[in-house]
Write a protein that binds this ligand. Structure first.
Ligand code: ADP
Ligand code: MG
Length: 326
């Protein structure tokens, strides 16, 4: 096994999407209320994430990036080090090891910002620069120094679709953050950060929504469902317009699938699926989020109750026919 394969096996940085994920999560962690994500060529040649968060103090910049990167990532020893320590706390150094990174950042209490360039894990240049408060990280030429890894990336459109899907989901989950997505110089969407989920659905998924969706809401002591669903006569041939959030994270879950079907009962034809954006909140004790390492699946402890609760909420929503105007 070569070094690049090991990187893949460790899933430290396996494709442009994983970089975007890590950078955007860092921006959210930094308290950003405004995040711009820009990519070119599916993120293979260029990814930029700019935020207005806390910024990185200049004296901590190298530390954040070079925690585990040594002069050469291409030794087995370095890699096993990264892999055994795991993913957390390793994102920036792992990204820097396999690309050209520029960090531009400024904290509230520093007079000027700085720019730090790291190529293949080595500091290349560091200069003072004027910039607004917050952080920009630019990742160029992903895997330029690990040719084997380079070959594993899919087409630009495949890689960019993964990133667009991810940022779209983030935009809905974090409706209070302004999120802008730019692909090859074109703005795909820009949310207003006002916390209005429906407005964000329209902004991000305008094509799927048709003449508007119905509002669904139900709550009890230990669970709450808020959502936007299509009328029974508006349905799709696949589930691409169904998104389920549990406690703020996008998940796949069969119980929620079934609950949607139950909710529509005889009102849907075979093989048709309604549009459904469901935000489900449940007491953490009632859900197991650690059943799969990717955290995209959950298990509800009282799954029948959950299913009935969601199905009932959808039925009421359909009955009330309370449309939300566009
Ligand atoms: P982790 O997020 O697990 O701590 P990372 O490698 O992703 O590890 O980031 C390292 C550190 O760099 C973070 O802990 C944080 O202190 C700092 N950092 C990274 N991105 C940002 C950002 N956008 N704004 C402020 N600080 C950041
Ligand atoms: Mg991180």
């Amino acid at each position: 096994k070569n070094v690049a394969d090991k990187i893949a096996a460790g899933e430290v940085v396996d494709r442009p999407l994983s970089i975007v994920k890590e950078l955007v999560e860092n921006s959210i962690d930094a308290g950003a209320t405004n995040i711009t994500v820009e990519m070119r060529n599916g993120g293979k040649t260029y990814i930029r994430v700019t935020d207005n968060g806390s910024g990185i103090p200049e004296d901590q910049a190298e530390l954040a990036f070079l925690r585990h990167a040594t002069s050469k990532i291409v030794t087995d020893e370095d890699l096993s080090h990264i892999l055994t320590l795991g993913f957390r706390g390793e994102a920036l150094s792992s990204i820097a090891a396999v690309s050209r990174v520029e960090l531009i950042s400024k904290t509230a209490d520093s007079k000027t910002g700085f720019s730090l360039k790291i190529h293949g894990g080595e500091v290349f240049e560091k200069v003072a620069t004027g910039c607004p408060e917050g952080t920009t990280i630019i990742v160029s030429d992903l895997f330029y120094n690990t040719p084997a890894r380079l070959k594993f990336m899919k087409s630009d459109s495949t890689e960019s679709t993964l990133i667009i899907d991810f940022i779209s989901r983030i935009a809905l989950a974090y409706a209070h953050i302004k999120i802008r997505l730019i692909n090859n110089g074109t703005i795909l969407f820009s949310t207003n950060g006002k916390g209005d989920k429906y407005n964000n659905i329209l902004t991000v998924y305008s094509k799927a929504v048709g003449d508007g969706l119905l509002y669904v809401y139900s709550e009890r002591e230990d669970m709450r469902l808020e959502g936007y669903i299509s009328r029974p006569d508006v349905s799709k041939t696949n589930k691409k317009q169904q998104l389920f959030y549990v406690n703020g994270r996008v998940i796949n879950n069969r119980i929620m699938d079934l609950a949607v079907q139950d909710g529509y009962t005889e009102r849907l034809f075979e093989g048709r699926y309604p549009v459904a954006y469901l935000f489900f909140t449940i007491q953490p004790e009632l859900v197991d989020v650690n059943i799969h390492p990717n955290k995209k699946e959950v298990r509800f402890h009282r799954d029948l109750e959950v299913r009935n609760f969601i199905a009932q909420a959808i039925k009421s929503g359909l009955l009330s026919q309370q449309a939300i105007p566009q």
